[in-house]
Write a protein that binds this ligand. Structure first.
Ligand code: MF3
Ligand code: CO
Length: 290
């Protein structure tokens, strides 16, 4: 950690003097230096102006998902959902973050039934009675990124599929109980994992959440199968996603060889996911995008 002169402007970019800004924070952080798990680097700690930027981006992300919620219908194609996301995002002044990201061709991911995540919108894939559908939206606004996803139930969804979707949503609340400054990120993932296993489902291990805000994907990787007391220390100003993928069968997945994106459950069982963007505050957390 680079030492700072007490009257110099703080490294966080707030414009305040270091002694009135992150000086006490740095002293507190130092006490964790001997622990074997990572500390957040300074570029992961957002200042007030950056948080405002991410908040504004999140507002668009929420509005886009609200719009999808109002208009999603049985008989629609997943490409029509993508079109809605593109139109609404740009109407509100945003850019869909997934469009062109590592070659991804669309403005959102739409993942139906046994698709775990990263489903590519498709004009031949129609939403059918009983489907469970994840729509994953991410926005760039004024250079700031936000990311969240929701599940939608199409027509008459079976009781067991409905329960998978509900338990997955509830797992976010369980995880959030563990999000507070000076705790370890691993506590959050452990809480989600335990809750999901208790309910008879499994959690995808290879794919997780991520820091977000100044870039689409920042450190840390956010596991939803982590161990308590491990992983990165949480501190005020960190922003990351929580986005567990929960399978009705076992946790094994595979990626479509043709498109190199679509992730499926190996056993063909249903999978659900909800995603939020969360800020670590001075005394807990704040949900920015949902
Ligand atoms: N919002 C998702 C995530 O961050 C999807 C990534 S967008 C894609 O995990 F372009 F990679 F598909
Ligand atoms: Co994400």
């Amino acid at each position: 950690m680079e030492k700072m002169e007490r009257n110099a402007p703080c490294w966080c970019g707030s414009g305040k003097k270091y002694k009135h800004c992150h000086s006490a924070f740095d002293d507190r952080l130092k006490r964790f230096a001997a622990e074997p798990y990572p500390l957040p680097s300074r570029d992961l700690i957002k200042n007030a102006a950056q948080i405002e930027g991410i908040r504004a981006s999140s507002k668009i992300n929420i509005a886009v998902l609200d719009y999808v919620a109002e208009h999603i219908r049985m008989g629609m194609t997943t490409a029509e959902i993508d079109e809605m996301v593109y139109q609404k995002t740009t109407e509100l002044g945003g850019i869909p973050a997934s469009l062109g990201y590592n070659g991804f061709p669309c403005s959102c991911c739409v993942s139906v039934n046994s698709v775990v995540c990263h489903g590519i919108p498709d004009d031949t894939l129609y939403l059918e009675d009983g489907d469970i559908v994840n729509v994953d939206v991410s926005t760039i606004y004024n250079g700031y990124y936000s990311d969240s996803s929701r599940m939608f139930l199409i027509g008459a969804v079976s009781e067991e599929a409905r329960r998978l979707v509900e338990v997955t949503k509830k797992s976010l609340e369980v995880g959030l109980q563990e999000v507070a400054p000076w705790k370890r990120l691993g506590d959050m993932g452990a809480a989600i994992h335990e809750y999901i296993l208790q309910n008879g489902y499994t959690v995808v291990r290879e794919i997780g959440g991520h820091g977000v805000g100044l870039e689409f994907h920042e450190e840390p990787f956010v596991s939803h199968v982590s161990k308590r007391g491990t992983e990165m220390l949480l501190v005020p100003g960190m922003v990351f996603t929580i986005e567990p993928m929960v399978n009705m069968g076992n946790d094994a997945i595979f990626i479509d060889e043709e498109d190199d994106w679509t992730v499926y459950t190996e056993d063909g069982s249903l999978s659900a996911q909800w995603e939020i963007t969360v800020l670590v505050t001075e005394d807990g957390y704040e949900i920015l995008a949902y």
